[in-house]
Structures are given as structure tokens and as C-alpha cells.
Design a protein around this ligand. Sequence first.
Ligand code: SF4
Ligand code: SF4
Length: 80
Amino acid sequence: MAYVITEACIGTKDASCVDACPVDCIHSTDADEQYYIDPDTCIDCGACEPVCPVNAIYAESDVPDELKHYIQKNADYYKK
Ligand code: SF4
Ligand code: SF4
């Protein structure tokens, strides 16, 4: 299990979640459209979820059906 960043981050990318994460597993670059969580490093603490101003972050088990492809999208970011 891990937390997942979804579509709402696109266009916001304010990095509030990065500061909240105790294990530094949320990353992006200027060229990327959103931030992504590394599922292998995330410890499921939930600290990032409430600080997101656009509610883009979900526990993997709570990701709405229409956003489920973001689970793979976050994982794939770290396989590059
Ligand atoms: S759930 Fe915790 S460890 Fe995982 S990305 Fe969010 S703040 Fe980081
Ligand atoms: S806090 Fe939300 S909008 Fe800001 S970078 Fe993190 S996921 Fe994206």
C-alpha cells in the first residue's frame, strides 16, 4: 500500500506535501506535470493527504475509480 497523487495536482504543484513527508518520497521536476509518490518508500503515514490544497492525494485503497490509473502512474515515475 501507498498513498497516490492524482489529477488535481496538475496545475497546482505547490509542494505542500513534499514538506509534510517524513521519508522524502514525493518528487517532481519542472518538466513534470505533477508530483508523484514513490510507492516503495512511502510508509503510509498519511501526513501528506490533509495538507494538499486541492485534495489530490488518496490512500491507494481510497482512490476513486476514475482516478485508479494514477496508482500505476505514480509507480511508473520511479521506474524510469
Ligand atoms: S503517506 Fe506519508 S510517507 Fe507516504 S507520501 Fe504521504 S507523507 Fe510521505
Ligand atoms: S500538496 Fe497536492 S497540489 Fe501540492 S504538490 Fe502535493 S499533491 Fe500536488
